[in-house]
Design a protein around this ligand. Structure first.
Ligand code: KIV
Ligand code: ZN
Length: 517
């Protein structure tokens, strides 16, 4: 049985999602989570792009054990040197050198001939091999390239010492049939490919990334490049959780082994969603809120009689559990710590644990049952907190039917003083946001507002996520509370704190590294 390696690029391609900017600690947390998930390779970043990116890759290389740590580099000497330096402390390191294959990229972006691209690829893969034994080579946009040129690139890269050759469908143009056929034809036309790893890298522009990746596996690819929750450029990359569960659940069909610890999937998905601010759609396969929910009467009846009537995999297998009562207001600190450890949150600092226990007690006072989902939300909310320049002191609102104008009062503590504002609006959230706007020193524009309940019941925690544009920056704010107006105000304050901390990546920064390959 062939083994399929999982190459996770959440921290590199995933971080290229619009509006996403992770700090070093968040990247480290995600890298540790990926190691627990037992991915084979972590692409930790693109070190030449900034000092910050270099440091993140370097820290991950120092601290994360288990997976191979990869760093991306263009076919430039300086990129390769920087990548080599960043991954030097890794237990196992890889340099991932990339160029382009399609004529449209060569003509308009690289401004190089095919012969020049071949020569440079040969030279730079050889150069990368002088630093590490594990070198991956990618040529962007293979799906729209002349297959004969793709074969030539693969041949040259292997001859130069590449141990993995990746075949990206950078623009998400392929169909499962085309992409599978391209992978097969590489083995047919370049016999040396049998001696190395052929890898897939699919984007989801037409919603076919997972299908294309699996088609490639059926045709001989033994590495899949994926991201948690499928985040990434434009419509994103292939979702790790989908490919993992497809290969696991349909081993009968694919016949491959994988190393992924599927029980870590849900937790890792939640962590990435929280850190990036990108919500997972409820009907998302494997990790979406509804992925294991049965709504129709016939389905519920079937599942109660026998789970397998409507379930092809069970929730526990991907690390989810039913929203059972776990703690109440009489639960003590030890029980609380133990329950957190059972949920995988170990090693929290004493101050974090104290703050969480206080929040848990406050929640248990207003909510009948505190579930595992609630506890996860509390912990993850606590973990992503930035320094509190602004703190919500008080929020009060009134609204009602019969022509009453919704009104809100908000009181904030700033480093200098306590400020208060009152405003009216179309509803209490609108009124509270108007009040906050009059206090906010740096103006920003609300681009989206999402509210979702964690668990069921009218006393459920409400989770509010907002996306804002502040000049050239995009930021996400998130907060939870059983009071949805308060959660909304806290999400807004979260953005104010992030702005004060200089978080958020500008579109200009995101574009700053040109593809002058
Ligand atoms: O989509 C793509 O082609 C890439 C390469 C850098 C591998 O992300
Ligand atoms: Zn990509």
């Amino acid at each position: 049985m062939a083994y399929v390696k999982f190459f996770d690029t959440t921290l590199r391609d995933g971080e290229q999602s619009p509006g996403v900017a992770l700090n070093t600690q968040q990247k480290l947390d995600i890298a540790h989570a990926l190691a627990r998930l037992k991915v084979d390779i972590i692409e930790a970043g693109f070190p030449i792009t900034s000092q910050g990116d270099f440091e993140c890759v370097n820290e991950i290389a120092k601290q994360v054990r288990g997976p191979v740590i990869a760093a991306l580099a263009r076919t430039h000497r300086a990129d390769i040197e920087r990548a080599a330096e960043a991954i030097a402390p890794a237990e196992k390191g890889r340099i991932h050198v990339f160029t382009s294959a399609s004529d449209v990229h060569l003509e308009h972006m690289l401004r190089k001939t095919r012969a020049e691209v071949l020569a440079l690829s040969d030279e730079m893969v050889r150069y990368a091999r002088t630093f590490v034994e594990d070198v991956e080579f990618s040529a962007q946009d293979c799906m729209r390239a002349d297959p004969e040129f793709v074969y030539e690139l693969v041949r040259v890269a292997i001859a130069a010492g590449a141990t993995t050759v990746n075949v990206p469908d950078t623009t998400g143009y392929g169909t499962p049939h085309d992409y599978g056929a391209l992978i097969r034809s590489i083995f047919d036309n370049v016999p040396e490919a049998a001696g190395i790893t052929i890898s897939t890298h699919c984007h989801d522009d037409l919603g076919m990334a997972t299908a294309n990746t699996l088609a490639a596996v059926e045709n001989g690819a033994t590495q899949v490049e994926v991201t948690i929750n499928g985040i990434g450029e434009r419509a994103g990359n292939t979702a790790l959780e989908e490919v993992a569960m497809a290969l696991y659940t349909r081993r009968d069909h694919y016949g491959h082994d994988i190393g992924i610890d599927t029980r870590e999937l849900y937790r890792t998905s939640r962590l990435v969603s929280r850190y990036t601010g990108m919500m997972v759609q409820p009907n998302k396969a494997v990790v979406g809120e509804n992925a294991f929910a049965h709504e129709a009467g016939i389905h519920q009846d079937g599942v109660i009689k026998h789970k397998s009537t409507y379930e092809i995999m069970n929730a526990e297998l991907v690390g989810r559990e039913a929203g059972v009562l776990v703690m109440g207001k009489h639960s003590g600190r030890n029980a609380f710590r133990q329950r957190l450890a059972e949920l995988g949150y170990e090693g929290l600092a004493k101050e974090q644990l104290d703050a969480l226990f206080t929040q848990f007690k406050a929640l248990a006072d207003v909510k009948q049952s505190v579930t595992s989902e609630d506890l996860r939300a509390l912990v993850e909310n606590q973990l992503v907190k930035v320094a509190e320049t602004y703190r919500l002191e008080h929020v009060q609102f009134q609204s009602g039917s019969g022509g009453m104008t919704p009104q809100a009062l908000v009181r904030l503590r700033t480093p200098e003083e306590v400020v208060e504002a009152t405003a009216t609006g179309s509803g209490p959230v609108d009124a509270a946001f108007s009040a906050l706007r009059s206090i906010t020193p740096v103006p920003f524009e609300l681009e989206s507002y999402d509210l979702k309940a964690i668990g069921s019941g009218t006393d459920a925690l409400g989770e509010v996520t907002i996306r804002v544009a502040a000049g050239d920056r995009t930021l996400y704010g998130r907060a939870i509370s059983t009071d949805v107006v308060q959660a909304s105000v806290l999400a807004y304050v979260d953005v104010m704190n992030k702005l004060a901390a200089g978080a958020g990546r500008s579109k200009a920064e995101a574009r700053s590294i040109t593809m002058s390959l």
